[in-house]
Design a binder for this molecule. Structure first.
Ligand SMILES: *[C@@H]1O[C@H](CO)[C@@H](O)[C@H](O)[C@H]1NC(C)=O
Ligand SMILES: *[C@@H]1O[C@H](CO)[C@@H](O)[C@H](O)[C@H]1NC(C)=O
Ligand SMILES: *[C@@H]1O[C@H](CO)[C@@H](O)[C@H](O)[C@H]1NC(C)=O
Length: 367
């Protein structure tokens, strides 16, 4: 990799958005990369309820409910015909049962009970998880029971990333758009240089080791429980703080395929250029234009990364190179529980009458 990112060509970035727009059951709908073509998007989400045979009512039982109110899938996401319940007495009528992996493991020694077997013949069990493989426990114990996976990995059966970019030209075409935020492309100077928010500090973590190297070359302001400044509670406080900074260290807690979390999207929302540590640059480029972030692997040494950050700070043209893409995009943050349930419901309807088996959950998720 060149240490001067101005050499990055502006690739034909299309983003992950259209995959999400098509939502659900990727193994069915995804003949390779062609669906990245955004022209498909306008057809993907009908703005009226879908045709009749596709419109079967679906009852989705969330085995342990999270989130305050059952989500209105039509109102929020233009997904019709979904009833979402946490009432276990509906088990025998449910088309699908959705289980959060974390709730199946209530402690290190005891698992919460699964739904009873035998299950109704057409019922699908869905594995729901947004933690990285490093923080998922005892997956092997749940091998051979699920029909569909719902996860941040693009190759899940039902794909739901932490966030994604929506091109502004398509904002009037997707129901999610009203929850999306237009990005500010201001190039104004910022008082802060590099910020990092860290709540869990352990020297064995790669991100902590990287920080320890980087701080010898540049000044980094630390926030969060393990930092010097505690941020006020509330999820917007990180974004507000980042509006004062040029760079944010968006370091993931572990490095895995597609595991790109709100750390990245907070930086994007705050207009700080993300310096990322996580999966490969190529993996990030599926979610963001190549110049929209700086990858720690872009530089042979930590010192050269530090030099580059200093250079950008003092160069209006480099700042512009890293930020000008923002004028064309909005960012959408997934609305966790409600959106998972509605997206799952839609997938179940599309797979009604078909048999699905998750072959080897452990091998897949850890690959
Ligand atoms: C964009 O950011 C600039 C500088 O930080 C600010 O002055 C401006 O009000 C922002 N614009 C919007 C639309 O938020
Ligand atoms: C769901 O998965 C189970 C376990 O692999 C399988 O026996 C069953 O046929 C599947 N059902 C459907 C409706 O896909
Ligand atoms: C799943 O794959 C892993 C690793 O490839 C293997 O060790 C395990 O036996 C497989 N499990 C099942 C149920 O096939």
């Amino acid at each position: 990799m060149h240490s001067d990112l101005s050499l990055i060509k502006n690739s034909a970035f299309k983003g992950i958005f259209s995959l999400v727009g098509l939502a659900a059951v990727n193994f069915l709908l995804l003949p390779g990369i062609c669906l990245l073509d955004l022209s498909d998007v306008s057809n993907a989400e009908p703005s009226v309820p879908v045709s009749e045979d596709n419109n079967a009512e679906i009852l989705l039982l969330v085995w342990r409910y999270r989130g305050r109110n059952p989500c209105d899938c039509w109102e929020n996401f233009r997904i019709s015909g979904c009833t979402i319940t946490e009432d276990r007495s509906m088990y025998h009528k449910a088309d699908a049962v959705l289980m959060w992996h974390r709730d199946q493991i209530i402690s290190r020694v005891k698992e919460a009970p699964l739904p009873p077997e035998p299950r109704p013949p057409a019922q699908k069990w869905i594995w729901l998880n947004f933690e990285s493989p490093t923080h998922v426990q005892r997956l092997w114990k749940f091998e051979g029971i699920y029909n569909l996976t719902l996860n941040y990995r693009e190759d899940s059966d039902i794909f739901l990333p932490y966030g994604y970019l929506i091109p502004n030209v398509l904002l009037d075409k997707v129901p999610q758009a009203r929850f999306a935020k237009k990005l500010n492309s201001s190039l104004d100077p910022r008082p802060g240089f590099v910020a990092w928010v860290v709540s869990h500090w352990h020297i064995s973590l790669e991100r902590v080791q990287f920080y320890n190297l980087l701080k010898d070359y540049i000044k980094i302001d630390l926030f969060g429980r393990a930092g010097t400044t505690i941020l006020p509670p509330g999820k917007d406080s990180v974004v507000e703080m980042l509006k004062q900074y040029r760079f944010y260290l968006a370091f993931e807690n572990s490095q895995h395929t597609d595991y790109i979390t709100e750390k990245l999207w907070n930086a994007v929302q705050g207009g700080a250029i993300p310096v990322v540590l996580g999966p490969s640059r190529k993996n990030y480029e599926r979610f963001l234009p190549p110049e929209a972030f700086i990858h720690v692997d872009d530089f042979p040494t930590v010192q050269e990364l530090a030099q580059y950050l200093r250079k950008v700070k003092d160069s209006p043209s480099l700042i512009q190179m890293h930020l000008s893409w923002r004028k064309d995009y909005s960012v959408y943050m997934t609305l966790w529980s409600g959106e998972s349930y509605c997206t799952a419901c839609k997938a179940v309807r599309m797979r009604k009458g078909k048999t699905d088996v998750v072959k080897n959950l452990t091998a897949w998720f850890y690959s």
